[in-house]
Design a protein. Structure first.
Length: 283
């Protein structure tokens, strides 16, 4: 849908000439790009020297969002591990989610990986290469407590409006269930649509809902009435054929699960860790 010129310009930090926001994530690794070489450890070719440039879509807590002037979250922390292994720093490019399906920014050489809480699907695999799964996701149905709604079926039978984030598997699921969901650009917009009464229920990834309900005001106003196991798994993506970067990402995921780092990050950003909620990396 959107082209490169359609990027959202945010004001959290200085923008680049292409009007896309570049934000430095919380990586503490050293920058080895002083020589101007775009080749990192392991022979990984980077789009910018000394930087692992990650495409994402903000905000999408707890996976990535701006906190205290930095982009932070579960995805950010995992890709920081990749950057550390490569001996570089991670920077984040905020881009429209629609482009993740096509791999537009990867193919244009704007980013190295993409990390946006993205579900692995056969359709998306046609355009990008996915890492090993790093997260098992379910969809949640969140409603206003005053709505009287008790399930997704109830939303449908009572003819209430259902909201979802555009271009996501949550939206796809809603359509498969016979809904004509109201589409919102971001997860924040989804919640705002529920808060302002534009919709009476929303369907979105359960970890996102978990993050929302940590806020007392949200917990007092909204509740989960359905948790749908849709068999979804998240993966990071790279440009097709970028086998060295893909291998580096898979190694970082595997190592993090083996040494306890994954569990620590999971509990920090998402909640109590259940090993069944974290897909094992392929061996």
């Amino acid at each position: 849908m959107n082209t490169l010129l359609g990027r959202r310009i945010r004001t959290l930090a200085a923008t680049t000439a292409s009007a896309a926001l570049v934000l430095v994530a919380g990586c503490t690794s050293s920058d080895s790009g002083g020589s101007g070489s775009k080749t990192a450890a392991g022979g990984v070719e980077l789009v910018k020297a000394g930087r692992l440039t990650t495409c994402t879509h903000l905000p999408y807590p707890p996976f990535q969002s701006e906190i205290d002037g930095k982009v932070q979250g579960f995805d950010v922390s995992l890709i920081d591990l990749v950057a550390k292994d490569l001996g570089v720093k991670q920077t984040i490019l905020d881009t429209p989610f629609e482009n993740f399906k096509t791999g537009a920014f990867l193919n244009a050489g704007e980013c190295d990986p993409a990390a946006a809480g993205m579900t692995i699907t056969a359709e998306r695999k046609k355009n990008v290469d996915f890492s090993d799964p790093y997260f098992d996701a379910t969809q949640a149905v969140l409603v206003d407590k005053k709505s009287g709604l008790t399930s997704l079926a109830d939303v449908k039978s009572k003819g209430r409006k259902l909201g979802a984030q555009a271009q996501t598997t949550g939206e796809d699921y809603a359509k498969k269930q016979g809904f004509d969901p109201v589409s919102f650009e971001s997860s924040d917009a989804v919640l705002n649509g529920l808060r302002t009464g534009q919709v009476q229920a929303v369907i979105i990834d359960y970890p996102v809902v978990q993050g929302w309900l940590k806020t007392k005001a949200n917990a007092d106003a909204f509740k989960v009435v359905d948790n749908l196991n849709t068999g979804e798994q998240y993966g990071f993506t790279v440009k097709k054929g970028n086998t060295r970067l893909l291998a580096a990402i898979n190694k970082a995921i595997k190592d993090a699960k083996a040494d306890g780092t994954y569990k620590k990050l999971y509990e920090k950003w998402i909640g109590p860790y259940d090993a069944s909620a974290a897909s094992p990396s392929a061996s």
